[in-house]
Design a protein around this ligand. Structure first.
Ligand SMILES: [Fe+2]
Ligand SMILES: [Fe+2]
Length: 267
């Protein structure tokens, strides 16, 4: 894979659509980039995909829901792989409001301010009623941006975890289980060292306590922006992530390695 690719949406559960894509990272693998539609009484879009795939994203999103029906956009954080179609969605769904945090609003204001009358601030631990269920915002155990929130939906027992529980992969898969135990563990640990470069510094006891708070929620589904749907495998994901602080911290290729890489490509 040498460029980002969008795949067909699929169902993670009765009320949850996945809008999947993959982004190649040269020399490291491919990274899934998922957005989700939670078909609650007040439907929620979770993130808006990659910037370079915006046209296809809007098309795939429209195939799973009438955009004017969307009530909420849960913006897990403001990284480019989560805001790819943000402005187009805002325009196409006039009733939609954005769930984010104060820092999310602040970071967006650095380049393209959000309309404040369409923002709903929600901090970790706080909840929002979306008609037929109450969603609770959580701070995932690892993240790469301070404004990050995920959430738990008790009705579907799904945890929307933002970047957390992501994995670098070698080929696309339609489920996390389909990746295979070892590849999944290695891919998750590798991704964790990249996305949370501070992870080797954490107090192991406190980190485990943090993982235990997810364990206590015991989600049936873990829906990460960067992993195919993980159904009934929460304990495996928690164990994989629990081992990540012991992994070697990631150091990217330096100039010499880059030149060697370019030479290989250009011959
Ligand atoms: Fe991120
Ligand atoms: Fe991300």
């Amino acid at each position: 894979m040498d460029k980002p690719i969008m795949f067909e949406p699929y169902r993670a559960a009765a009320e949850i659509d996945v809008i999947p894509s993959y982004f190649p990272i040269p020399g490291l693998g491919i990274l899934p980039v998922n957005a989700f539609v939670l078909n609650a009484a007040q439907p929620i879009l979770v993130d808006t995909g990659l910037v370079p795939l915006s046209d296809e994203f809007m098309e795939k999103l429209s195939s799973v829901i009438d955009l004017t029906d969307l009530c909420w956009l849960w913006l897990t954080h403001t990284d480019q792989d989560h805001i790819g179609s943000l402005w187009r969605v805002l325009e196409a769904a006039p009733e939609l409001r954005i769930i984010t945090t104060y820092l999310g609003v602040g970071k967006m204001s650095l380049f393209s301010p959000l309309p404040m009358d369409r923002v709903h601030l929600l901090n970790p631990g706080q909840s929002i009623d979306v008609g037929d269920r109450i969603l609770t915002a959580i701070k995932p155990p690892i993240y790469d941006a301070p404004e990050t929130t995920g959430f738990y939906d008790p009705k579907s027992a799904a945890l929307f975890s933002s970047d957390c529980f992501g994995a670098l992969m070698s080929e696309p898969s339609d489920s996390a289980a389909g990746i295979g135990t070892e590849k999944l563990r290695d891919g998750m640990v590798f991704w964790a060292t990249i996305d949370a470069p501070w992870l080797h510094l954490v107090n192991r006891t406190l980190f485990e306590k943090n993982l235990n708070s997810i364990r206590e929620l015991s989600p049936k589904l873990v829906l990460s922006a960067h992993l195919p749907v993980a159904s009934e495998m929460t304990e495996e994901l928690l164990e994989n992530l629990g081992s990540a602080p012991e992994a070697k911290p990631f150091v990217g290729p330096d100039q010499k390695a880059l030149e060697a890489m370019l030479k290989r490509i250009t011959g």
